[in-house]
Design a protein around this ligand. Structure first.
Ligand code: PEP
Length: 252
């Protein structure tokens, strides 16, 4: 089974117009492997500038969150329809910071995935365990409990249009990366979890690793059979480092 590789940048609440300019200049002349997609997920105010400045065919626009509702009295929220008008193609859903700081539940996450798919956008569904959960050997339990509500909400067939980002919470922004072997083992668990319901779908879903990925560790991570790219936080704010990460990715 061949899968395209994806490198997605999660700028979180960082970046400015200067970064938009430097990043797009850097990516516009970067030669990527043919089967690699790069996704830039800035804060909403930078979408228009990024979209206007991006020339590279394999660079796409994403965001870090969206409302599960279509429109109405939801002050401060953004709808999928608005994102479509801004040329957005991907939406990060259920990042651990949204789950922990903004108390998004797995059921709400599932509703957001459904809304994103209904708008013909691609969700990047984030799942991952905390350090305490890994120590207590609950990783598989936690990941299953995060995946199952999404399967229940959208059905397994629709899962073929979802990208999953496995991000162990203890590795996000900490400099502690999962070893390539540990990440592969968990990615394989995720693929098998989906395969138990539908093997064809499981083989199609790109599984990204996220958590302190940088220019030095990306090669070994991306070399793993079930790691189809990365969701990059801190290192995606550094143009030269991010370019190295993008050039290292290869589809399978
Ligand atoms: C993230 O927040 O999605 C992330 C992976 O961050 P970092 O790369 O900084 O660990």
């Amino acid at each position: 089974m061949t899968r395209r590789a994806i490198v997605a940048a999660n700028w979180k609440m960082n970046g400015d117009l200067e970064l938009v300019k430097k990043m797009t200049e850097g990516l516009n002349d970067l030669a990527l492997a043919e089967n690699v997609d790069v996704i830039l997920c800035p804060s909403y105010p930078y979408l228009m500038s990024l979209s206007e400045a991006t020339e590279a065919e394999h660079v796409h626009l994403g965001v870090q969150n969206v409302s599960e509702h279509q429109s109405g009295a939801f002050t401060g929220e953004i709808s999928t329809k608005m994102l479509k008008e801004m040329s957005v193609e991907f939406v990060i859903i259920g990042h651990s910071e949204r789950r922990s700081i903004y108390k998004e539940t797995s059921v709400q996450v599932a509703q957001k995935v459904k809304a994103v798919l209904a708008a013909n956008l691609t969700p990047i569904l984030c799942i991952g365990e905390s350090e305490a959960e890994r120590t207590a050997q609950k990783t598989e339990l936690v990941l299953s409990a995060q995946l199952q509500p999404v399967i229940d909400e959208i059905g397994i067939e629709k899962f073929a249009e979802v990208v999953i980002a496995y991000e162990p919470v203890w590795a996000i922004g900490t400099g502690k990366t999962a070893s390539p072997e540990m990440a592969q083992e968990t990615h394989l668990f995720i693929r098998n979890f989906l395969a138990d319901v539908n093997t064809t779908v499981a083989n199609k879903v790109p599984l990204l690793y996220g958590g302190s990925v940088n220019a030095s560790n990306c090669e070994n991570l991306f070399a793993q059979a079930d790691i189809d790219g990365g969701l990059i936080g801190g290192a995606s704010l550094k143009v030269d480092e991010f370019k190295i990460i993008c050039s290292t990715a290869k589809g399978s």
